[in-house]
Design a protein around this ligand. Structure first.
Ligand code: ATP
Length: 358
């Protein structure tokens, strides 16, 4: 039996807005689950229903096999970290960390031991006497995380905890949170709109769109086996390139290029004859020039962006735009004509109507 079960969970807000539809998920003890999706897709609403901060309109939420829909936040054994940190501004770091334990009436000596332990895990030992206003964003964030982990709860919920940090701090905190998760072994559900956070931190990712789960899987699954155009476009940076085209005798035409995709369509070739499909390939999957068992495309270079470890090349395929990721030493000239190959195994085809993977 899974540790946390969400069965057909729905959220309909009092104004009638249906924010989450038939959300089904089983979470094992100790898993690090990330809910990811664009703004407004229902990630926070789902997390808040798990936390007990929001009523579940329909469906069952079980903790260890026991229905928890009616349990209050305190009885669920959850600790939550918010985007806003929610620290007490008039209290020192020490008191912020100790606050939850003091409320529980725990012995001062034990509290001190716990606070010092958590402070040392999070690198806050030298800041215990400071007020939150005298801390950097990253340090405040660590206090917020510390306040959650000090309670030793089974379930750790985080809602965009890194969004107030700068890019460098985010990278550092990402690995710190993963590290803390490994040390504490707590089950973690983490909400973000950032696919890089999802890919680097999650055991499993839940991709959401407009209140519906699109796909649940490991980062590897979602990257290599996306079920639809939305997931394929959401996971990966720069995103997958998509071109719409009509199948004619197993071939499609993109600009001046005729591409034989019959081997990819396989026994579905007849079904898609004369129909529109979405042809997808990842920027990093291409090879400059010709290559065997690949589709060759001619294009012209519009713009190049040298990023250091690679170059993003923006190309025009006679009216269709695409981004290619190439080795910086192979950066083509602006306005030059190039050809590139997409290995057959890196070609993704989607139904033009349903946008589901073919
Ligand atoms: P973000 O990344 O912007 O926080 P999210 O995926 O977490 O987005 P939610 O906050 O869960 O999205 O909101 C989902 C949808 O529900 C949104 O369209 C939002 O406007 C709506 N919503 C949120 N709270 C309420 C409310 N109290 N009453 C009505 N609708 C709400």
């Amino acid at each position: 039996m899974a540790y946390l079960s969400l069965k057909d969970i729905n959220k309909i807000y009092p104004n009638g807005f249906h924010a989450v539809h038939d959300f089904n998920l089983e979470i094992e003890k100790g898993e690090f689950i990330v809910f990811v999706g664009p703004s407004g897709c229902g990630k926070s609403t789902t997390l808040r229903m798990i936390a007990g901060l929001e009523d579940i309109s329909k469906g069952d939420f079980l903790i260890d096999g026991v229905r928890a829909n009616e349990k209050g936040p305190r009885d669920r054994g959850v600790a939550m970290v918010f985007q806003s940190y929610a620290l007490y501004p008039q209290m020192t770091v020490y008191d912020n960390l100790a606050f939850g334990l003091t409320l529980q009436g725990i012995d001062e000596d034990i509290i001190e031991k716990k606070v010092k332990n958590v402070a040392s895990i999070l690198g806050l030992t030298d800041y215990l006497d400071r007020l939150p206003k005298a801390l950097s964003g990253g340090q405040r964030q660590r206090v917020a995380v510390g306040r959650a982990i000090i309670r030793k709860v089974g379930i750790f919920l985080m809602d965009e905890p890194l969004s107030n940090l700068d890019a460098k701090q985010r990278v550092t905190m990402r690995s710190e949170i993963t590290d803390i998760h490994q040390k504490t072994g707590s089950t973690t559900i983490y909400v973000t709109h950032d696919q890089t956070e999802a890919m680097t931190m999650a055991d499993r990712i839940v991709v959401m769109k407009e209140g519906y789960i699109q796909q649940v899987g490991t980062p590897y699954d979602l990257y290599f086996n996306p079920v639809n155009v939305f997931v394929a476009g959401f996971i990966g940076e720069p995103p997958m390139n998509f071109v719409r085209a009509v199948v004619k005798k197993g071939k499609i035409t993109i600009g001046k290029n005729t591409l034989d995709i019959s081997s990819k369509l396989g026994d579905k070739a007849t079904k898609y004859e004369g129909k529109e499909i979405v042809f997808g390939f990842r920027p990093e999957a291409i090879v400059l020039g010709e290559s065997s068992d690949s589709l060759l495309i001619k294009a012209s270079v519009e713009l190049t962006e040298l990023l250091g470890d690679n170059t993003n090349v923006y190309v025009d395929i006679q009216g269709e735009r695409a981004i290619l990721k190439v080795n910086p030493h192979d950066t083509p000239e602006m306005d030059s004509d190039i050809s590139f190959s997409i290995p057959m195994e890196s070609v993704y085809l989607f139904d033009g109507e349903t946008e589901k993977r073919i």
